[in-house]
Design a protein around this ligand. Structure first.
Ligand SMILES: Nc1ncnc2c1ncn2[C@@H]1O[C@H](COP(=O)(O)OP(=O)(O)OP(=O)(O)O)[C@@H](O)[C@H]1O
Ligand SMILES: [Mg+2]
Length: 260
C-alpha cells in the first residue's frame, strides 16, 4: 500500500487581478517522483512556493504527513533554477547553511555533510569556493545543500535549465541515483518533457493560466533507467503524447509573451 505524503486541497492563488492557480487538488505518495510541466506563466513556480511555505494560497491547504503547511520548514528542501550559493563561503559551509540555521552544528552533522558531498560527486572539493566551480558543480552543491536538512520532500524548480545538454543528462542520472538511495518524495518542475518522462513516476501536466492540473500521466517504465531508455519507442511515445497535450497552450503563451 502506498502512503500519502502530500495532500493538496483546493489551492487557489491570485496576484492582484491575475488569477494564477485555480483550485488545485492532488495527492502525492511517499517516495514518489513527480514532475510538473506546462506553459510559461501557468503557475508552476507559484505552486511549488506555496508547498514550500514561501508563499501563501488565497484558499485551500497543503498538508505534509497530515500537518498543515504554514511556512518554510526543514521538512522541505528547495533547489532553484539559479544557484544561490554564498560566494564568500566554501562548498562545505555553503552546504551546511540549513543545519546551521536549524542550530544543528555537530561533528556528526559535519561527517554527514562530507558524505553528502561525496554522494553528489563533489568529494575533494569541500574547500573550493563557488567561483571555482562549473555550473553543473554549483547545482550539485545546491542539491547537497537541499539534502543537508534531510527533508521529507524535495522541491526542485527547473534545477538543470542553466546547464548544457550533456551536463544536464548526467545530472538527471545522478539525481535518479540519489533518489533511489534515499527515496525522498520529489516535486520537479521542468520545461523539458523528456526530462520529466525520464525522471518521473507521474507527470502532472499544467494547463494555461489559471493553472490547474489538466492531465496526469503515469510513466510505466522500469527502473533503474539507463539514459538509453530515452531512445526506446515507449519513451518517445510518452514524450509525444505529453507534447501534444501542452502544444497549444505553449504556443498561446509564447504568442502572448511576444505580443504583450
Ligand atoms: N510575486 C508576484 N507578484 C505578481 N505576479 C506574480 C508574482 N509571482 C508570479 N506572478 C505571476 O504569476 C504567474 C505565474 O507565475 P509562475 O512564476 O508561477 O509561472 P511558471 O509556470 O513558473 O512560469 P515559468 O515556466 O516561466 O517559470 C505569472 O503571470 C507571473 O507573472
Ligand atoms: Mg517558474
Amino acid at each position: 500500500m502506498s502512503e500519502v505524503k502530500l495532500t493538496v486541497s483546493g489551492i487557489s492563488k491570485r496576484f492582484g487581478d491575475l488569477e494564477v492557480l485555480r483550485s488545485i487538488s492532488t495527492e502525492i505518495n511517499r517516495g514518489e517522483f513527480i514532475s510538473i510541466v506546462g506553459p510559461s506563466g501557468c503557475g508552476k513556480t507559484t505552486f511549488l512556493r506555496i508547498i514550500g511555505g514561501l508563499d501563501t494560497a488565497a484558499s485551500g491547504e497543503v498538508r505534509l504527513d497530515g500537518r498543515r503547511i504554514e511556512g518554510p520548514g526543514t521538512d522541505r528542501g528547495f533547489v532553484f533554477q539559479q544557484d544561490n550559493l554564498l560566494p564568500w563561503r566554501d562548498i562545505l559551509s555553503n552546504t551546511e547553511i540549513g543545519p546551521e540555521i536549524g542550530g544543528k552544528r555537530s561533528p556528526e552533522q559535519r561527517s554527514r555533510t562530507m558524505q553528502l558531498l561525496k554522494l553528489v560527486g563533489l568529494g575533494g572539493f569541500e574547500h573550493y569556493f563557488p567561483r571555482q566551480l562549473s555550473g553543473g558543480m554549483r547545482q550539485r552543491v545546491n542539491l547537497a545543500r537541499a539534502l543537508a536538512v534531510d527533508p521529507d520532500l524535495l522541491l526542485m524548480d527547473e534545477p538543470f535549465s542553466a546547464l548544457d545538454a550533456q551536463t544536464r543528462e548526467i545530472m538527471q542520472t545522478e539525481l535518479l541515483r540519489i533518489w533511489e538511495e534515499g527515496r525522498k518524495t520529489v516535486l520537479f518542475v521542468t520545461h523539458q518533457i523528456d526530462e520529466a518522462v525520464y525522471l518521473s513516476d507521474r507527470v502532472f501536466v499544467f494547463g494555461r493560466r489559471p493553472g490547474r492540473i489538466s492531465e496526469i500521466i503515469d510513466i510505466d517504465l522500469p527502473r533503474p533507467r539507463p539514459l538509453s531508455i530515452k531512445r526506446t519507442p515507449k519513451f518517445v511515445e510518452y514524450v509525444d503524447h505529453i507534447w501534444k497535450l501542452i502544444e497549444e497552450d505553449v504556443r498561446a503563451s509564447v504568442l502572448e509573451e511576444h505580443t504583450g
